[in-house]
Design a protein around this ligand. Sequence first.
Ligand code: SF4
Length: 145
Amino acid sequence: MRREVLQQALTEVRAVYAELAKRPVTRNCVARTECCQFQLTGLTPQLTKGEALLAAKGFRATGRKELPEAAEGTCPLLKRETGRCLIYAERPFGCRTHFCAAAGGPYARKEVLDLIRRLEDVDKKLGGDGPRKIQAALATALKEL
Ligand code: SF4
């Protein structure tokens, strides 16, 4: 992948996250990390290619190369010792619009549909094939960085 294509994609994904943060829908994530334990929620975040590349970049910035072994049904980016997300600032869209009742419940799709479309556009430009489960999306993105 050409460097400038990657940079443009990462810039657009960051812009989508920044736009989401400005939406007048009150959410209060206090990092309880229940949503990072998919076996509890029955839901696994799905990442478009741009989101996966940004998350992979955030992961590499921690100095790590390989995804850690994760317990079955737990996000590989949840740091076991601290119970914190390793890439919180770069976490995917689904981790920001989550279903966590304590944080205010899920966004209605219509509240964020324009942002989802922008992420889908980035995915297409990068030759992605739509959202994929976080584990698979990250593994591929780490190889492509
Ligand atoms: S990327 Fe971070 S916030 Fe999202 S599920 Fe994984 S540990 Fe949780």
